[in-house]
Ligand binder design. Structure first.
Ligand SMILES: C[S@@+](CC[C@H](N)C(=O)[O-])C[C@H]1O[C@@H](n2cnc3c(N)ncnc32)[C@H](O)[C@@H]1O
Length: 276
């Protein structure tokens, strides 16, 4: 597999440690953002017979939905993570979505067939590129003229209590380094001005931004939410303050418990554009 040198760290993260955990907890991670799925798919407007490319598809919930909507067409899920793609393939088979297929590739450099896709979608999988202009230029080539794009991305950390409250709880008073807004991270597409520059430089039309707010699910109960939170954020814990960190975490999760499980408010952008 060709991987851009700047994406080697992401390959390491998603293809091993964190990716293995995501694969093991596929059901929960797929449900985390389920409340956003309808809006993303509506914006993509997938029609029978279309070819869909799902960028950073993970365990493939959006690829399966796209495949179902594409009918006689197909959906290709692309991701860096072999363990997540293995689960994606199993889940597509288990749910009978035969036109959803999966490919391990770095979407920044993979040689996609030119002009082969009608629609590009991504559910929080497009913000980890070292060189997003190069990546979207490559994806631009893969879309046919008139091809549509619908991307779901996180708004800024400050508007996402699931991030601020959980990281603050685990850091136990230590100041947290905020990643630079242009570094690859879940929040790298939070600034519409920056994203517009990336997408228009790659050749796409001026994008539209729809702000969305939905509860983000962290599982049906407190032990599940704790497992999920520690699975992705335990690197924040300093061994000397671990008992306090765990106690803080439980307090935060408890304060977000409701009849529908453990949920946090969250905010995203639904970005749409097209290839002229
Ligand atoms: C936050 S996860 C989202 C997964 C999935 N879309 C979902 O909503 O559950 C981000 C995904 O982007 C993938 N990814 C990151 N950089 C990538 C790249 N350069 N090429 C392809 N996939 C990438 C990761 O492997 C990971 O599965």
């Amino acid at each position: 597999m060709d991987v851009a040198s700047g994406n080697a760290g992401q390959l390491q993260a998603w293809d091993t440690g964190e990716g293995v955990f995501w694969a093991e907890e596929a059901v929960l991670f797929e449900e985390c953002l389920q409340r956003y799925d309808d809006a993303l798919l509506r914006a993509a407007g997938i029609r029978n017979g279309e070819q869909v490319l799902d960028l950073g598809c993970g365990t493939g919930s959006s690829t399966r939905a796209a495949g179902w909507l594409a009918g006689s067409g197909s959906a290709l899920g692309v991701d860096l993570s072999a363990p997540m793609l293995k689960v994606a393939t199993q889940r597509a088979r288990a749910t009978g979505v035969r036109n959803a297929t999966f490919l391990q590739a770095d979407a920044e450099v993979h040689a996609f067939e030119p002009a082969a896709y009608d629609v590009l979608i991504s559910r929080t999988g497009c913000t980890f590129f070292a060189n997003p202009v190069a990546a979207f230029t490559n994806l631009f080539r893969a879309l046919r003229p008139g091809g549509r794009v619908a991307l779901l991305v996180w708004q800024a950390p400050a508007t996402n209590p699931w991030f601020t409250e959980l990281t603050t709880a685990l850091a136990v008073g230590r100041p947290l380094a905020t990643p630079p807004p242009d570094a690859p991270s879940p929040f790298a597409f939070a600034d519409p001005a920056r994203v517009t520059t990336i997408l228009t430089t790659a050749g796409f039309a001026e994008p539209q931004y729809q702000p969305l707010q939905e509860p983000m699910s962290w599982g049906p109960d407190l032990p599940t939410a704790e497992r999920l939170a520690l699975g992705i954020l335990d690197w924040l814990i300093d061994p000397t303050t671990k008992p306090q960190a765990l106690s803080n975490l439980r307090q935060v999760l408890h304060s977000h418990r409701s009849d529908s499980g453990v949920t946090f408010p969250s905010t995203t952008w639904l970005i749409t554009t097209q290839k002229p």
